[in-house]
Design a protein around this ligand. Sequence first.
Ligand SMILES: *[C@@H]1O[C@H](CO)[C@@H](O)[C@H](O)[C@H]1NC(C)=O
Ligand SMILES: *[C@@H]1O[C@H](CO)[C@@H](O)[C@H](O)[C@H]1NC(C)=O
Ligand SMILES: *[C@@H]1O[C@H](CO)[C@@H](O)[C@H](O)[C@H]1NC(C)=O
Length: 193
Amino acid sequence: KNACCTANTSQELHKDTSCLYNFNWDHCGKMEPACKRHFIQDTCLYECSPNLGPWIRQVNQSWRKERILNVPLCKEDCERWWEDCRTSYTCKSNWHKGWNWTSGINECPARALCRTFESYFPTLATLCEGVWSHSFQNYSGGSGRCIQMWFDSAQGNANEEVAKFYAATMNAGAPSRGGLLVPDPRRVLWGSS
Ligand SMILES: *[C@@H]1O[C@H](CO)[C@@H](O)[C@H](O)[C@H]1NC(C)=O
Ligand SMILES: *[C@@H]1O[C@H](CO)[C@@H](O)[C@H](O)[C@H]1NC(C)=O
Ligand SMILES: *[C@@H]1O[C@H](CO)[C@@H](O)[C@H](O)[C@H]1NC(C)=O
């Protein structure tokens, strides 16, 4: 319902090294399936959710013109992601930059050693917040105020109300701007590529 992605994108993002980004989850040997499912779910949220509008910011990067920034991710999601990934391996704590892309897919740069997730991401927040340069923030406040990466769609999608709440709150903070989801130019981040 109201997806922002096509069926092709949805199917593609379940593959290893999908044609979406040529990003290889298995850059330090096989990522545990229990861990990988969180990255697939994360990519699905990023590509397909219609409820991330309040956190979209314009950027000037070679590979995209918009990003999400500081989406309040529910703590339970962050916790499970971190717990399920502790035993998998990686070589970097920020997966947005610093890879060797010479071969067309991301490889560990020279001198970046493969170690457990736990060694690169010692806390929940270093994973959820750090891995995609603050696309998410680990939200531990009250319920109904955070975006759920995992939910049972049979119970509806709680993220709809959360997005409406933040859209209204952010809009109230910028009364001179008419459109609900028009990005405020003062908050636009010009990221480097
Ligand atoms: C999605 O579309 C691309 C480009 O047309 C194609 O190469 C790819 O095989 C498609 N993926 C799926 C899962 O259908
Ligand atoms: C984006 O970056 C390019 C290259 O640095 C530059 O030419 C262009 O003017 C920038 N665009 C904006 C909107 O800042
Ligand atoms: C990048 O990876 C290629 C192999 O794909 C390797 O030949 C090259 O030395 C690497 N470059 C750096 C800077 O690590």
